[in-house]
Design a protein around this ligand. Structure first.
Ligand SMILES: [Zn+2]
Length: 422
């Protein structure tokens, strides 16, 4: 009969050092699957510690046997089993004593939770739920506990030494609820998220910073909203307020999309439109909004069709692409090009672009400052897109806190690893 030492078993299960393991036994689970039960207990020195502060408390009573889901062994579920004590902490009153293998109030071990959190940023929720054999409703809270811990361990300096930050409002739940996201441009990571948007929410961010932390901020980027101006003026008056380059391009992309919608409606009225998305104009939304260098063959063909059939839409498209290219120039080169662009946009007479020309003229100096700031637009956009993708994975988390728990490890520069890996 082969035996395994408790030390080897502990290593195999990746259990913390201060845990004692006893001989496992095998049972049949409620679904007919195999369950391995491993009785465990903390070292005597680590028993009777308050789960909230980790200090020793006075034993209060003993609870019944509890089980914590650990990482599977082979195809079997593995459960750690222990009857924890309750302790009286001087500060926190009666609490269930801390156990080294699991977080407070969790029915999963730390390793199990870490694997769930890691998977959640890499795979759709349904995959996480089937692979880990947990209800998807538990995934959100697990991610949040892991993110909170990571932030406490690694994120103490998240607000220290900030130089340039960006603020953006992003919709979640398919566009009917908003949250505010603050990113650290220099380190390319998310540092703060909160439900809602506007002045009051951005104020909360600044309120959570110390005076020294606020003073270190030199640049604040965002779209053209007035509440950003007001907050910057109040909280870090020494900082430069800069427009995000990709927001400027998105003004043009939005105007272009309205021109496309109009063109399609007119074609339909004239009876020359194709059915639904098959209509070349209606279906050209992505081709028009994409960067010219990233087009697929099919999208190139769509644009060629537009070039040959709809002069207004083609003009509008060329204006959008030209603006995007101008923003990549140096500020000295960009200025005369922008002035020419403004004149051409206004003269084009195209609905939306006339107004856009005027808007860009009004904000010309802001835009030149954006270019001069040298903040890489591609990088800002990359962080922004990463947040949006992560949010998309998180659709279905009903609770925003859980969604934040998902976005922070992925985009917040928190170092989330698979359990047991270096
Ligand atoms: Zn305590």
């Amino acid at each position: 009969m082969p035996t395994i030492s408790s030390g080897a078993l502990k290593r195999m299960l990746h259990l913390p050092v201060n845990v004692v393991v006893s001989t496992p036994r095998v049972e049949e689970g409620p679904d007919g699957g195999t369950v391995v039960i491993v009785p465990v207990r903390p070292y005597a020195n680590d028993m009777d510690r308050c789960a909230r502060c980790g200090l020793r408390g006075r034993p209060y009573d003993r609870l019944g046997v509890r089980r914590w889901r650990h990482l599977d062994v082979g195809c079997a579920r593995l459960l750690l089993e222990y009857a924890p004590r309750r302790v009286t902490c001087r500060e926190h009153g009666v609490t269930v004593a801390m156990v080294p293998w699991a977080r407070r109030r969790s029915a999963y071990t730390r390793d199990f939770e870490q694997q769930v959190a890691w998977l959640s940023v890499h795979a759709p929720r349904s995959a996480v739920s089937s692979l880990m054999r947990i209800d998807w409703k538990s995934v959100g809270p697990v991610c949040r506990r892991v993110a909170d811990d990571l932030r406490a361990e690694q994120g103490a300096g998240l607000f220290d030494g900030l130089r340039s930050i960006g603020v953006d409002e992003t919709s979640y739940k398919k566009g009917y609820r908003y949250m505010t996201v603050v990113v650290d441009h220099d380190r390319g990571r998310v540092i703060w998220m909160h439900e809602g948007h506007g002045r009051k929410v951005f104020d909360l961010f600044f309120q959570s910073l110390t005076e020294t932390q606020r003073e270190s901020i030199r640049v604040v980027t965002g779209d053209g909203a007035r509440w950003i101006d007001e907050c910057v003026f109040q909280w870090c008056p020494g900082a430069e307020r800069i427009l995000d380059g990709f927001h400027i391009v998105s003004w043009a992309t939005d105007a272009l999309d309205r021109v496309r919608t109009m063109a399609w409606r007119e074609a339909r009225k004239a009876g020359v439109a194709g059915k639904g998305a098959k209509d070349p104009i209606k279906g050209s939304r992505w081709a028009l909004s994409k960067n010219a260098s990233d087009l697929t063959e099919g999208q190139k063909a769509q644009l060629e069709y537009i070039a040959n059939s709809n002069e207004t839409l083609w003009e509008a498209y060329k204006l959008k692409e030209r603006l995007r290219m101008i923003l990549k120039q140096t500020a000295d080169d960009a200025e005369p090009l922008l002035r020419q662009w403004i004149a051409d946009a206004v003269l084009s007479g195209i609905d939306g672009f006339v107004e856009l020309g005027e808007k860009i003229e009004r904000r010309l100096f802001d835009i030149l400052r954006t270019i001069r700031s040298g903040l890489s637009n591609a990088r800002l956009e990359a962080v922004n897109n990463k947040i949006k993708t992560t949010i998309k994975i998180g659709y279905g988390y009903r609770n925003l806190d859980n969604l934040i728990g998902l976005v922070m490890p992925e985009c917040g520069g928190l170092d989330l690893k698979l359990p047991g890996r270096q």
